[in-house]
Design a protein around this ligand. Sequence first.
Ligand SMILES: [Zn+2]
Ligand SMILES: [Zn+2]
Length: 180
Amino acid sequence: MRYNVSQLLKDHIGATRHYQLQADISDLDPALTPLTDLAGTVDLIRTNDGILVRADMHTSVELNCSRCLTQFALPVRFRIDEEFHPTIDITTGARLPQPDDADAATQIDIHHILDLSEIVRQDLTLALPLVPLCRTACKGLCPDCGKNWNDGACDCEQEELDPRFAVLKQLLDDTNIQNN
Ligand SMILES: [Zn+2]
Ligand SMILES: [Zn+2]
């Protein structure tokens, strides 16, 4: 995910390089468990101030269902649309002034290497669901015996109403009374 952009930086505004990407991202982030390589297309476009990266990527990651705790594979697709900025002037070799809020993740290094990995890590993480579910209608685990209800019902006596919902129902009833 590292591109030498020295030639592109010398090119005219709008000049574009098109790449196919296939990268092993197993070491990208200890919090992520990718099951496949990251694959997709990357366009590098010369802009006035730097290089615009437009990428379309996909992979598959292993997650734990937040209801039934089962591990499952989630295909993820995400786009990158990010401008990178050089730290060295390509013609003079002089260091370029950086804005105070310069983001190291989008800086082209002094050897004119544009490294996509940190942006990929951030955008891939953002593309993941906050509450992962193995399926939309995951039934979860029985709170008493722990059986995975996706595999069938258990023999526990189930209350008419889950106590957590009873509290919610009470709140709703109270709200209705106030509104009436
Ligand atoms: Zn589940
Ligand atoms: Zn049970």
